[in-house]
Design a protein around this ligand. Structure first.
Ligand SMILES: C[S@@+](CC[C@H](N)C(=O)[O-])C[C@H]1O[C@@H](n2cnc3c(N)ncnc32)[C@H](O)[C@@H]1O
Length: 306
């Protein structure tokens, strides 16, 4: 029985032509009958990177792919949904959705609304058929579009199986257009110097998760219930935040800052011998509201932009 070759991605469209595409399980059974070993058909990062897809022809359609078509296997799809902690409250976008398997799996297994975007009309046709056959068409929507141009700002979860260069091209839009707290999960490829919040190995495959951070750089002030006036001046690189603090105008110590999505926790000490006071706030662009009002008499207000 042959193992799937490196060119599996390019064979899949041909195989789809030979197969009656009904249901993922049937497709997998038929691929098995044709002698393909589907035990783990995920490609290693370097094999995926090496795929030659310049000559790709989508049934005569005049399209240019930025990433070849390689479907994520079942195990990886499931691990990606788990890592993103997808629920029925989410709106999941798969950018470069292929045959729609991630969007359909989330709808089937978790009742999640989803949108799949792919530039290849053949993939979109397959995805719509797949959603129809699995009975989730009321939850999902597939759009033929270039993922670098498409709208995805209302996503709460974004899944990617692209190349690292495409992830890098997307990065500024992911940071600017997605709401803080949105989870991004990528199969195999990272995002340059935006370090993931979580990384998971799934066999030999790496999965990465980022949580879109709120923009918090600048000078912020608030009043504590003790009557003291707190001020912080923060610098930010993605979710990493550093800075300085003052209490009633005197320099204090900013012991730590943790930022996860739109939640920030600041630990501030008056001096080396005092105990740190911790403030947890929910960030919006101009003010942060206290999550625990016991220590805070006012919201934090932005005084100066970074
Ligand atoms: C590696 S496959 C991933 C498919 C699916 N997300 C999965 O994990 O099974 C990448 C997909 O991106 C699509 N693609 C490539 N360039 C694109 C572009 N510029 N805009 C939208 N889709 C694109 C390809 O057609 C292909 O279906």
């Amino acid at each position: 029985m042959p193992a799937l070759s490196k060119n599996f991605a390019l064979q899949v469209p041909t195989l789809y032509d030979e197969l009656e595409f009904n249901h993922d399980d049937e497709l997998i059974d038929e691929l098995r009958d044709l002698g393909y070993d589907l035990g783990d058909h995920s490609l290693s990062e370097s094999d995926f990177r090496d795929l030659d897809f310049d000559e790709y022809d989508s049934g005569g359609a005049d399209i240019i792919l930025d990433v070849p078509y390689v479907p994520s296997d079942e195990k990886i799809v499931s691990a990606m949904l788990d890592l993103a902690q997808v629920t029925s409250q989410d709106i999941l976008y798969d950018l470069g959705c292929g045959d729609g398997r991630i969007v359909v799996a989330a709808a089937l297994e978790r009742n999640t609304h989803g949108v799949g975007i792919d530039v290849d009309p053949m993939r979109i046709t397959e995805a719509i058929e797949y959603a129809g056959h699995t009975g989730v068409e009321h939850l999902v929507h597939f759009i033929e579009d270039d993922l670098l141009e498409a709208e995805f700002g209302n996503a709460t979860v974004v899944t990617l199986y692209l190349l690292d260069l495409v992830n890098l091209q997307l990065r500024p839009r992911l940071l600017d257009e997605l709401r803080p707290g949105t989870r991004i999960v990528s199969h195999a490829f990272d995002m340059g110097d935006w370090k993931p919040d979580q990384r998971q190995n799934c066999g030999s495959i790496n999965l990465y998760k980022w949580i879109v951070p709120a923009k918090v750089a600048g000078i912020w002030e608030w009043q504590a219930t003790t009557g003291e006036a707190y001020r912080v001046e923060l610098k930010q690189k993605y979710q990493q935040v550093t800075g300085k603090a003052w209490i009633d105008g005197a320099a204090a110590q900013l012991k730590s800052v943790l930022l996860s999505g739109d939640l920030i926790e600041l630990q501030i000490k008056k001096d080396a011998s005092s105990r740190p006071v911790s403030f947890v706030m929910r960030c919006a662009s101009k003010q942060w509201l206290a999550v625990d009002g016991n220590l805070q008499a006012s919201a934090a207000i932005k005084i100066v932009n970074s």
